[in-house]
Ligand binder design. Structure first.
Ligand code: NZQ
Ligand code: ZN
Length: 386
């Protein structure tokens, strides 16, 4: 186990009706709010009305930056930054899924900056001060409500890049599972895959001796395997929505990383799919992860796969190790299919045309992954997933 600093700063109001604390939370940080949201789901569901009622009741001024795209674009971030400057905003309030929260974080980083927003995304050392961010989560997936990262797309350069700064971690997150009742079966499935991928990225690491953290990870994965299908079939099942929501936050809020040192593998590969094809992030991960697993399975990585198969999918531990590993990977692929997600890149609209460029870029983005992957390795994984 490596040394670490435990630092998870976000305060969480969890559960039905906890939005009632929103006004007081915002007032800790100022009186002028920028409300950031997506393409309109919060208006259809009534969440917009509930949030703005809290703002009114607390006597707060607010301006709005709506229309954040899934895979949020740098242009929208720039629009939000301009509003912050014009309206002298004190605090940025994101209401939505990961895209709205990520967009809000980079708006907050750019509000007091002389740099263009894309400069900040490309080089996090240019981020100096960040306005406080508060998140109201409406989709269990990315964990952005409780982490310091954001991922932004630039369609002009065909890039989708992550950026992180401790100041971007939300000061408060409001998590009401009933706000996710309206999430479609497809987005519920993709969100479940994303939560599992974050967990898997932190579970497949070289460092050993992290039994406690590994057990947390297995618990998160089992929670997704249990409740993902229930949430897809019964969108208003509170227990399923609540468990997925909390799992999503803990999968990426750093807990699973403490004591470990490797970077991620499937995320850099997936971000290329989102950049070139505007693919839903969790779908790309569901397609790629089993192929990545098959590619890196070897005598060196075998024990990790055995734990994964036995602990997460209940594979018989008396079987030969290699068989357990294969069965575990097959079970994961079958699980994603059972949620209604397609399992090949072709079915998701991806062809051969950009694979070389995507593999080259992903190889550059991958930092010290569990198993080193060259451009050629990544290309093989993309081709296997086609
Ligand atoms: O835009 P609206 O109208 O709100 O609709 C959204 C969108 O169409 C809809 N939705 C959200 N909440 C809903 C709802 N529909 C009905 N009822 C609700 N309650 O769902 C669609 C997808 O929303 P989006 O925010 O894009 O999804 P998600 O939360 O999966 O976020 C994906 C983005 O986060 C990034 C991804 O790359 C992607 O850009 N990630 C951010 C991370 C982070 N900050 O740490 C880590 C992740 O690995 C990921 O990369
Ligand atoms: Zn993710």
């Amino acid at each position: 186990m490596l040394n670490f600093l435990y630092d998870i700063p976000t305060k969480v109001y969890f559960g039905e009706g906890e939005i009632k604390h929103l006004g007081e939370a915002l007032k800790e940080y100022g009186k002028r709010v920028l409300l950031v949201y997506g393409g309109g789901s919060i208006k259809r569901t009534g969440i917009y009305d509930r949030v703005t009622a809290c703002l009114k009741e607390a006597g707060l001024f607010w301006a709005e930056c709506g229309g954040v795209e899934p895979n949020p674009r740098i242009e929208t971030v720039r629009r939000g930054i301009a509003l912050c400057k014009k309206e002298q905003i004190d605090v940025v309030l994101a209401v939505g899924g990961g895209s709205s929260i990520d967009c809000a974080k980079v708006i907050a980083a750019g509000a007091n900056s002389a740099y263009d927003a894309w400069e900040l995304v490309k080089d996090k050392t240019k981020i100096e001060s960040v306005l406080p961010v508060i998140a109201v989560l409406t989709l269990a997936a990315t964990g952005s409500e409780m982490d310091a990262g954001a991922v932004i797309s630039n369609p002009e350069t065909m890039e989708k890049l992550g950026v992180a700064n401790p100041g971007m971690a939300p000061k408060y997150a409001f998590m009401d599972p009933t706000y996710t009742y309206s999430v479609s079966p497809f987005q519920t499935a993709a969100g479940t895959a994303d939560i599992m991928s974050h967990t898997i990225e932190s579970y497949f690491q070289k460092e050993t001796g992290n039994d406690l953290t590994d057990t947390f990870a297995e618990g998160i994965l089992k929670t997704c395997v249990k409740y993902g299908p229930i949430a897809v079939a019964e969108p208003k099942n509170y227990t399923a929505r609540a468990n997925l929501m909390w799992a999503g936050s803990w999968a990426i809020n750093n807990l699973l990383k403490y004591g470990k040192g490797n970077g991620w593998s499937c995320h850099p590969m997936e971000h290329e799919l989102s950049a070139y094809y505007d693919m839903t992030h969790g779908l790309g991960l569901a397609i790629l992860t089993p192929h990545w697993m098959r590619y890196i399975l070897s005598e060196e990585t075998l024990d990790r796969f055995v734990s994964f198969g036995v602990e997460v999918f209940g594979i018989d531990r008396t079987l030969p190790k290699m068989e357990i590993a294969h069965r575990g990977i097959d079970a994961l692929a079958a699980f994603f299919r059972s949620l209604g997600l397609v399992s090949t890149l072709k079915e998701a609209g991806v062809g051969e045309e950009h694979l070389e460029a995507m593999a080259e870029h992903a190889a550059k983005l991958m930092k010290n992954p569990y198993v080193a992957l060259s451009k050629e390795d990544i290309l093989k994984i993309y081709r296997a997933a086609l």
